[in-house]
Write a protein that binds this ligand. Structure first.
Ligand code: ZN
Length: 92
């Protein structure tokens, strides 16, 4: 009876070790597959409609030394108008 228990224990241990050994192969990831953040692909926020978009596809507009990114010319225009309105009629 003790021998049977010992055999079972050895089998369990071997199964555990084999599982760990196989697991190292199964869970190994190829090098360089981790998510890379490309500087040109950074997310920027459209200050007019508050949509997040890729910097690559965004419309760039420099205003007073600050670069704003827009989803389209309509948003750039609307933002400029908003800003101009704030600046001229600010003393209300
Ligand atoms: Zn927009």
């Amino acid at each position: 009876m003790t021998r049977l228990l010992f055999t079972l224990l050895v089998i369990t241990l071997l199964t555990f070790l084999l599982g760990r050994f196989l697991g190292r192969f199964l869970y190994r990831r190829p090098a360089g597959s981790a998510a890379r953040v490309d500087a040109g692909d950074a997310l920027v926020q459209d200050p007019n409609c508050l949509t997040y978009l890729s910097k690559k596809g965004a419309l760039e507009a420099k205003q007073g030394g600050v670069t704003h990114y827009f989803c389209g010319p309509a948003c750039a225009e609307a933002f400029e108008k908003k800003k101009a309105g704030k600046e001229s009629g600010g003393g209300k």
